[in-house]
Design a protein around this ligand. Structure first.
Ligand SMILES: *Cc1c(COP(=O)(O)O)cnc(C)c1O
Length: 340
């Protein structure tokens, strides 16, 4: 067991021995020529899982999101999303940089917006206004503390999009956490969105990679954009093999991360220096630290127990559960928090 217990992010996981074995024995080829059997398999497998036509393997979730926005918009168009969206907050202004599009931010509920808010944010046909063309949702919401959408709300948003000729994209970096928590089937999501981005390198534990899903025409365009973004890779099948392994073996176990997350949140709740804890739905805890501790002092106190957590604002700390956090580590963490 590693000597550090790292809750800063679910991106810190390392490949397991079995995943490394799958990578080591992968069949590979030049993917820019479309000749990497492992990448082709991963793209087809993921698309089939969601009942979508095609997939595109990319190095990061930032790239899959940015490619989707680029394909769905023209310069000067407007994208509707929640003010806490990863595509807005954490992708380096890529909506402007890559697509020349403007953004209409909605103040949602823990990263989730409603069909009514979307309807109210669509620009009228007016020569002064940017043309609204895309709505982007995030499920689970990262900055919203791992909050999940209900399928009913997404369906209502989809109807507003259809009535107004808007495309609907999903940043599903943690979509599998949402599917496990809400007991929904991937196929349901495939029917609701024009494009979906999923990350293999978060809770699923692959070292690298995201897959963008959509129909054939969309993915054909996306493949060209991936090339111009510098994301055309060659024998990346070694990475795709890790993704295939993750989809086969690391999805169901997310339920365990969710249980661990609840256990730690329950322990935090009892401490006088912990203020509001965002409702825990999946593998993320975002909580206020007050009184005897500041977030920075709490981070340092945990560091003494070789536990890494992250201060994400002057008042808040975030902890994220993942594949490399074992039950014993959770117990050690709970003991450390109780002793503070
Ligand atoms: C991590 C993440 C991404 C993609 O991040 P990369 O580091 O570029 O892979 C996208 N959206 C959300 C919500 C995320 O948490």
């Amino acid at each position: 067991m590693p000597s550090i217990i790292d809750y800063r992010s679910d991106t810190v996981t390392r490949p397991t021995p079995a995943m490394l074995e799958a990578m080591f024995t992968a069949k590979v080829g030049d993917d820019v020529f479309g000749e990497d059997p492992s990448i082709n398999e991963l793209e087809q497998k993921t698309a089939a899982l969601f009942g979508m036509e095609a997939g595109l393997f990319c190095p990061s979730g930032t790239m899959t999101n940015q490619i989707a926005i680029k394909v769905h918009t023209q310069p000067g168009d407007e994208v509707i999303c929640d003010a806490l969206s990863h595509i807005y907050l954490y992708e380096v202004g890529g909506i402007a940089f890559n697509s020349g599009a403007s953004v209409r931010l909605i103040q949602g509920n823990r990263g989730r917006i409603t069909a009514q808010q979307v309807a109210e944010s669509i620009n009228p046909s007016d020569v002064h206004k940017p043309v609204t063309t895309l709505v982007s949702l995030e499920n689970t919401s990262n900055r919203g503390g791992g909050a999940c959408y209900s399928v009913e709300e997404i369906y209502a948003i989809k109807r507003v999009c259809e009535q107004n000729q808007l495309k609907l994209h999903l940043d599903g970096a943690r979509l599998f956490n949402a599917l496990i928590a809400t007991n929904e089937a991937p196929i349901t999501y495939g029917l609701l969105f024009n494009s979906i981005s999923i990350c293999l390198s978060k809770g699923l534990g692959a070292p690298v990679g995201s897959v963008l899903l959509g129909n054939q025409t969309f993915i054909q365009k996306a493949r060209r954009i991936r090339k111009v973004f510098g994301g055309g890779m060659r024998q990346a099948g070694y990475l795709a093999a890790a993704g295939i392994y993750a989809l086969d073996y690391h999805v169901k176990r997310l339920a365990q991360d969710h249980e661990h997350t609840k256990a730690i949140a329950e322990c935090l709740q009892k401490k006088d220096f912990v203020g509001q804890i965002m409702p825990v739905e999946t593998n993320i805890i975002i909580f206020e630290v007050k009184g005897r501790f500041t977030p920075k002092a709490f981070v340092e106190a945990m560091e003494k127990h070789h536990i890494k957590v992250m201060a994400i604002s002057p008042t808040q700390v975030r902890m994220v559960l993942h594949l490399d956090i074992h039950p014993l580590m959770v117990q050690l963490t709970i003991d450390a928090i109780e002793a503070l």
